[in-house]
Write a protein that binds this ligand. Structure first.
Ligand code: UDP
Length: 448
């Protein structure tokens, strides 16, 4: 008797927290459809990811976590953006070798399809070269992607130069329903760090090329929250928000150990009382800003849960609230004690807050975060923004305290947040737009 070959998909993230997490969630959903998935991480990210798997994780049939060497040997400076950039240069031939090795093993293991982060353009280009069908995943909002697709036109119109630097002080409007960008708010803008800007701009520019290699663009959002931007992206299928499964045995994609003591702490707080503060994986506050936040939170007279990376942890903060190095964020946002989310507005955090109906106090820093803030405050009206103190250049303790109090007493914002939660959850329910799109994608992927 001959066995039927199981369809085999490689899922490839960019090696950063905000990319690995949504792609792992997507990978689990694909396995749910009886498809075999190999999740291919760069070695250094793979190690962190595997180390952070929860104790409850059980290996799933059909899901394999694999890694490709990053070519940096024993050097361990991988946090440095330049090192990550160097790793990426090594990837095309390593990825090709990886696929050739799998394909050479046995007929049953052969790779049928590649799903890769749009920023992991090397994976999509190698798949194209090897004649393997492929889809790109957009882990930012559709508006950020739509802007990226405009790069050639922005250069042609003399608005930016070939390094992404603004040449004119103009605002960019892609549609009446999409908030405008000022030229210092582009996803690649780092006015004070030209090297960083150059790298981010190269990645952004490449996306508009990479998209041409893809049969589909899977976007981590739902159509209903931003139809105008979705309509600007060719071959888009909105399949989000990609959320952690309720299955305890699945991974949420964390690359750091989650401190679950905060959940039992939340269990002991009154309903709707806790201010949750977290700025994702890359934001580092200045010492002065950290102190203002610490004092602002302490003076609130309310319980708070604050994610403070170990390198800047300050013992004194813990007596005013609960401080953890890394939280199971989706569980925190879904907890009935959580009242609001002081957030850097990273796209995953934005979607996780939306999906749980939690109002935001926005604290954007870079890349797409300023534009996400505009969606939160101006389009969806589910949050407030902070104003910088003109003399110190930081958010003052009074501003932080005052805005949290204002947010918590705003019934309109709460109502909007709950309405949006229903819309987003509806898209994920049976026959909702995102779940229909995922089914459609899987059918198309496996056709012929
Ligand atoms: N996250 C988490 N625990 C934390 C803080 C963040 O699990 O204590 C997760 C969060 O749920 C989200 C991701 O880390 O899925 C951060 O992604 P986001 O796009 O918001 O920000 P980035 O880290 O890319 O700046």
């Amino acid at each position: 008797m001959t066995s039927v070959k199981q369809f085999h998909v490689l899922v490839v993230p960019t090696p950063a927290q905000g990319h690995v997490a949504p792609l792992v969630k997507l990978a689990h959903q694909i396995v749910d459809h009886g498809i075999k998935v190999t999740f291919v991480n760069i070695e250094s990210a793979h190690k962190k990811f595997v180390t952070a798997l929860p104790d409850t994780y059980v290996e799933r049939q059909g899901m394999r976590f694999a890694s490709i060497p990053d070519g940096l040997g024993s050097k361990d400076h991988r946090k440095d953006v330049l090192e990550v950039h160097e790793i990426i240069q090594n990837m095309p031939h390593r990825f090709k070798e990886f696929i050739e090795k799998i394909n050479g093993l046995e007929e049953d293991a052969k790779v049928d399809y590649v799903i890769a982060d749009l920023t992991a353009n090397w994976a999509l280009e190698v798949a194209a070269e090897m004649g393997i069908k492929r889809a790109g995943v957009c882990v930012t909002g559709p508006a950020s992607l739509a802007l990226t697709l405009q790069i050639p036109k922005l250069i042609g119109d003399g608005i930016i130069d070939i390094n992404g630097t603004s040449l004119k002080d103009e605002s960019i409007c892609l549609s009446d329903n999409i908030p405008i960008w000022y030229t210092d708010e582009f996803v690649w803008s780092f006015p004070s760090n030209p090297t960083m800007q150059k790298i981010c701009f190269e990645h952004a520019s490449r996306k508009s090329q990479t998209i041409k290699f893809c049969d589909w663009i899977l976007c981590n959002t739902c159509y209903e929250t931003d139809p105008s931007a979705c309509d600007l992206v060719p071959n888009i299928l909105t399949i989000g928000p990609l959320l952690a499964s309720n299955e305890h045995s699945h991974s949420s994609g964390s690359m750091r150990l989650e401190d679950s003591t905060c959940i039992s702490w939340l269990d002991n707080q009154p309903a709707g009382s806790v201010v949750y503060v977290a700025f994702g994986s890359a934001v580092v506050l200045s010492h002065e800003q950290f102190e203002e936040l610490e004092h602002g939170l302490a003076s609130l007279g309310k319980p708070f849960l604050w994610v403070v990376p170990s390198n800047i942890a300050n013992e004194s903060v813990s007596k005013f609230g609960k401080v953890v190095e890394w939280a199971p964020q989706e569980k925190v946002l879904a907890h009935p004690s959580t009242a609001c989310f002081v957030s850097h507005c990273g796209w995953n955090s934005t979607l996780e807050g939306l999906s749980n109906g939690v109002p935001f106090l926005c604290w954007p820093n870079f890349v797409d975060q300023f534009h996400n803030q505009k969606y939160i405050c101006d389009v969806w009206k589910i949050g407030l923004r902070l104003d910088t103190d003109k003399s110190s250049g930081v958010f003052s303790r009074c501003e932080i305290k005052g805005k949290i109090e204002k947010l918590l007493s705003d019934d309109g914002i709460k109502e909007n947040a709950l309405k949006l939660k229903e819309i987003v959850r509806g898209s994920l329910a049976n026959h909702g737009s995102s779940s229909r799109n995922l089914e459609y994608f899987i059918e198309q992927m496996m056709a012929d």
